[in-house]
Design a protein around this ligand. Structure first.
Ligand SMILES: Cc1cc2nc3c(=O)[nH]c(=O)nc-3n(C[C@H](O)[C@H](O)[C@H](O)COP(=O)(O)OP(=O)(O)OC[C@H]3O[C@@H](n4cnc5c(N)ncnc54)[C@H](O)[C@@H]3O)c2cc1C
Length: 451
């Protein structure tokens, strides 16, 4: 049967755009549907605007510390509306770039909500299109739990468009988005609390990193409340919110921000018209080639719930495009050694195994750890400390993991990820000459294993 397209991609986010562009570049006839915003979550309500707000929040400490270096500036003040307007302008620019990228690579862009009407058919804006392959790259959506008063809470989607900076914010959640937004609101001057129902936030990160960051955030004045969860939210006559916790305490705030999880975006997608199955958590079930249980339909990115990061969605999109249309270049996506950062203030950067994972996997583990006050702070009163940690296999000398809490950790860990991917040993680290004076050189000068 002749189809209208070789590949019909639903979702012009990180994964969908990558797959569509490269498939078209390999000569395939490709269409992409987008219902909301070009560039998807990352560009519009994720990585990019988040990082811009983190930069914004960072200025608070820069102004504070500048006086130790001889600078006198007028009294610093912050205007949220200016930052949001400038951020929106930048996002508009990026939306335009995404549009050009798609159109210039020969992809047909269909703007509207796409619904799958059969294994090879998609309906959008009242028109039906057939395709040999359909790629579901519809991403995820924040979830706010069903508690009384949930309508008064916001998620990351709304946080990027708040008209003004709330005076008091209660961030709920223990994942990286919660931690990053707590840092943003706190840095900009809001009285901020982070509530998490577990013992300690950032489950899955190295225990030393989690503890160190908690100490540093507390030192900065961020109110961390672990083993705490919300029972209900009641709006008061003056617009403020009374939050009742499960332990009976009440807190007053102006904004409750939930970052407690994301679900796959499958709304009105029409999967019931196909044999596509979901996994036990509700994400689209795929095999290692991203094929669903309906042979003509594939899925990638957040909607499959594997590793919900933009570079992973990009790699998956590339793998699909190559396997279908350039098989000689096809390689499986390697999910090991994915570096990642938490853009908290200070940053976390991490790649490879945590100490806990390494022990669980049966490695005989050697730990190298360093805590120090970064040189930039030496003239200031700030007592913040940087943590660097290497997890090494004592038998093979291989470096299994690198972890850092400190300024620019996200930037530093990218280079380390290449070393770990290439299988670097501790000896390779030791024989690498440092860049002096930097914080990063500490990664190649740690000599004595921790007790
Ligand atoms: C607040 C926040 C911060 C983040 N920070 C980072 C970070 O720092 N680093 C990082 O790597 N990752 C970060 N992420 C995660 C990253 O944004 C996602 O992993 C990534 O965007 C997933 O890409 P995707 O292609 O799977 O989906 P998305 O980028 O979500 O794209 C899906 C697209 O599909 C569209 N769509 C959905 N249904 C339909 C339909 N039926 N018809 C047409 N279009 C449809 C949507 O409108 C959307 O544009 C962050 C996420 C959030 C929420």
């Amino acid at each position: 049967m002749a189809y209208d397209f070789d590949l019909y991609v639903i979702g012009a986010g990180s994964g969908g755009v990558r797959a569509a562009r490269f498939a078209a570049g390999f000569g395939a006839r490709v269409a992409v549907a987008e219902s909301r915003y070009l560039g998807g979550t990352c560009v519009n309500v994720g990585c990019v605007p988040k990082k811009l707000l983190v930069y914004g929040a960072h200025y608070a400490e820069d102004f504070e510390q500048a006086s130790a270096y001889g600078w006198t500036a007028g009294e610093a003040s912050f205007d949220w509306a200016t930052l949001i307007a400038n951020k929106d302008q930048e996002i508009n620019r990026l939306n335009g770039i995404y549009r050009n990228l798609l159109v210039n690579s020969g992809v047909a862009l269909h703007e509207g909500h796409a619904k799958i009407t059969g294994p090879h058919e998609v309906e959008i804006n009242g028109q039906r299109h057939t395709a040999e392959h359909i790629l579901v790259a519809t991403g995820g959506w924040p979830v706010i739990p069903q508690i009384p008063g949930r309508e008064h809470a916001i998620s990351s989607n709304e946080a990027f468009f708040l008209k003004e900076l709330p005076k008091r914010v209660l961030v709920v959640g223990g994942g990286y988005i919660a931690v990053e937004f707590a840092g943003i609101f706190h840095g900009m001057g809001a009285q901020t609390s982070l509530l998490y129902r577990g013992e300690l936030f950032l489950r899955g990160f190295d225990a030393a990193v989690r503890k160190h960051l908690a100490e540093e955030l507390t030192r900065r004045g961020l109110d961390l409340q672990f083993n705490a969860d919300i029972q209900r939210i009641d709006k008061q006559a003056d617009g403020s919110l009374e939050v009742t916790l499960k332990d009976g305490r009440t807190l007053m705030t102006d904004c409750v921000f939930y970052a407690t999880g994301r679900r796959p975006m499958l709304d009105n997608l029409g999967l019931e018209n196909t044999a596509v199955a979901l996994d036990e958590k509700g994400f689209v079930k795929v095999n290692e080639k991203y094929e669903t249980t309906e042979p003509s339909i594939l899925a990638i990115g957040d909607v499959i719930g594997r590793v919900q990061l933009t570079p992973v969605a990009l790699a998956e999109g590339m793998a699909v495009a190559r396997r279908l249309f350039k098989p000689e270049q096809y390689r499986l996506v390697d999910y090991r050694m994915i570096p990642t950062a938490v853009f908290s203030l200070p940053n976390i950067g991490t790649v490879g195994l945590t100490e806990e994972q390494a022990r669980e996997e049966g490695h005989e583990v050697q730990i190298f750890e360093s805590r120090f006050r970064p040189m930039k702070l030496s003239l200031t009163d700030c007592q913040e400390r940087t943590l660097m940690k290497l997890v090494v296999d004592a038998r093979t000398d291989k470096v299994l993991g690198c972890h850092m809490v400190g300024p620019d950790a996200g930037e530093i860990v990218q280079g380390l990820a290449i070393a770990l991917k290439a299988g670097a040993s501790k000896r390779d680290f030791d024989e690498t000459i440092g860049v002096h004076p930097t914080a990063a050189e500490e990664f190649v000068t740690m000599r004595t294993p921790a007790a």
